[in-house]
Unconditional design. Sequence first.
Length: 113
Amino acid sequence: VLLQASGGGLVQPGGSLRLSCAASGSIFSIYVMGWYRQAPGNQRELVATITSDGKTNYANFVRGRFTISRDNAKNTVYLQMNSLKSEDTAVYYCYIQSQYGYWGQGTLVTVSS
């Protein structure tokens, strides 16, 4: 199973980015898809998750600014990030839970003027 994340980059405070993560390989079914992030010197933390039937969960620090969605036909999860702040700077990792858990390689998001 391979998770390919994309969409990271440099953006100014208040700007937006959209992350994508496509899963490929021998996947029976994906129960949960999500995004985590890890800033330098910090532990990896949950950003948002979405279940196969569309139920979402967000960390308090992104609630109202970020939106997670998924396309089950494409085994792809998205993270729309709006009103970005400097403290959102981190490597963002996608995650899927199927018969096993799998992590993507991470994509760097830098919020800076």
